[in-house]
Design a protein around this ligand. Sequence first.
Ligand SMILES: [Ca+2]
Length: 367
Amino acid sequence: MKKLVTVDLLKPILVLALAGLASGCASNHKKPYRVDSHRTYKPTATAPSVSSIAANPSLPSAASSYPVTPSPGNALPGYSTSYLSGPYAGYPSVRNFVRYMVQRHGFSESYLIGLFSNAHRLESVIRLETPAPSYGPSKPGSWTRYRNKFLTEDHIEHGANFWRNNAAAIQKASVQYGVDPEYIVGIIGVETYFGRNIGKTCIFDSLTTLAFDTHRRSKFFTSELENFLLMTREEGLDPRQPVGSWAGAMGLGQFMPSSFRRLAVDFNHDGRRDLWHEHDAIGSVAHYFARSGWQFNSPVARPSNSAHSPSVIELSTYGGNEYWHVYPNFKVIKSYNNSNKYAMAVHQLAQAIKHRVFNSGQMALRQ
Ligand SMILES: [Ca+2]
């Protein structure tokens, strides 16, 4: 398990103060966010190994479609000014947050004022965070409609390709963290379509908007903004560089900043925790599952004939309700996103991809 990075209060500020050019952020918003909760780490059983790996070089890599991999180092801009300007000039809440970050975490006040003077208020994010009113009971078939988004031929085939192209990293993560490999792939498939839909929203702008221009979950997003600024300082990133979902989730596994700081790992050992890179994302998702109590080679969900059990969930289809007995690993998936439909989609996509991979003759499990 990777230890958290110790915050150095002086070095990052000096680095930022010596900066170069400012960078902008795109603003295209796609995914809802997920709420994270984390449990105590439990050692898990030994994973199987994958042999006969035959990555197909002709298959396209998701990496080619990543819009941005934030790069650390010497290109950080020197945000610094004495007076708050821009859309947040009249926001006492922003001034109070800056004061808090200076006092609590030792940030430079002029740096943060300069940074927030470059923030953009994203009206689209405000609209997405504002829930639409619902009228009456939900329509039947909600699980069918949800399932149809993820259990597609394209998802299964791209998932199999993602597994083959990253087989060594997935095997290593499975063994190191005791997490069944198909669920690492399944999560990344449901979250970002294997890296093809990681979002293009400037995380700093989205979290600033959500913290100071919305009310429903502003406390949560203010905490995530705090974690985001700490994360960028620890990682040596320009806060305006990372992009992701409209609600602040980043990389192939869509980690919120607090999850990034606690659970992201440098799985390819290049000195950076880069969740926009497949291998770091794979290791980090497995680490997340391990910390949430994943039990290796244990059931996730099985069909049930009875609805009368606290371990049975009900899913609405066009043909009536389905009943599933769910196991502790199902709750681990729900720790990633607290939705029965989400967890069942991850489970079924994981199983479908596993079936495709190990029935294709390109890989074989060696128990
Ligand atoms: Ca790395």
